[in-house]
Design a protein around this ligand. Structure first.
Ligand SMILES: CC(C)(COP(=O)(O)OP(=O)(O)OC[C@H]1O[C@@H](n2cnc3c(N)ncnc32)[C@H](O)[C@@H]1OP(=O)(O)O)[C@@H](O)C(=O)NCCC(=O)NCCS
Length: 192
């Protein structure tokens, strides 16, 4: 499949390329990535080059994973990355540390999940989000993007060494379930 560009009020979501390798290398040194993601650790420039030069274009071509750079202007620097995998239609995202907390990731996630069901992602009627238990920033991002928390039996996420950790799960259909916001109260409280 050919890469699809998405736009929101503030953002351009487009193809991350090798020109973004320096920034990806820089952002992926963040200890939060060691704790919450399966990106390589320690993270090298060669990892960024493999991700941008091989994984991203190949996964777009096969449809296995659609990955966007989050930018605040056409041709602007990469601020973060968001993707949806064909397997389980799972959303993944990260923002460079200095660009967090401005609602940009929830804005990007909303655009991606609303473009996915019945459209960009083959066979997707909903999108899955999951995160290591305790990843409050990610859960707030999922809540802000209209996900509803679900509690399957034994929810887990894979770790980079082939293990699993207990996880939080959420799901988002094309329209936001009216019960979605309140489904997070147990873990995020009732505040916005
Ligand atoms: C998860 C992540 C992408 C969120 O990015 P962000 O730019 O902060 O997201 P937004 O600005 O859209 O904020 C979404 C919500 O999270 C809240 N938030 C952001 N950082 C937070 C933090 N460190 N602790 C608690 N809440 C946080 C925001 O206030 C907002 O909440 P609100 O909707 O109640 O106002 C970012 O923290 C990150 O890259 N973390 C490391 C990688 C990671 O864990 N990725 C997710 C793996 S599942």
């Amino acid at each position: 499949m050919r890469p699809v560009e998405l736009r929101t009020a503030r953002l351009v979501l487009d193809l991350p390329t090798l020109d973004d390798a320096d920034l990806v290398t820089q952002y992926c040194q963040d200890p939060a990535f060691e704790q919450y993601l399966t990106t390589p650790w320690p993270y090298t420039r060669a990892d960024a080059e493999e991700f941008l030069g091989t994984h991203v274009p190949e996964a777009w071509a096969t449809g296995a994973e659609l990955t966007w750079a989050v930018r605040d202007a056409e041709g602007g620097p990469l601020l973060g990355v968001i993707s949806v995998r064909e397997t389980q239609h799972e959303l993944g995202f990260w923002m460079g540390e200095e660009h967090r907390g401005t609602g940009m990731m929830s804005e990007a996630a909303t655009a991606v999940v609303e473009g996915a069901p019945g459209g960009g992602i083959r066979g997707a009627e909903s999108v899955l989000w999951r995160a290591v238990e305790g990843n409050i920033a990610s859960a707030k991002g999922a809540r802000a993007a209209g996900f509803r928390r679900i509690q399957p039996d034994r929810p887990t996420v894979p770790t980079r060494d082939g293990g699993t950790l207990p996880a939080w799960y959420g799901v988002r259909e094309a329209t936001v379930d009216p019960r979605a916001y309140d489904s997070w109260i147990d873990i995020l409280g009732a505040d916005a």
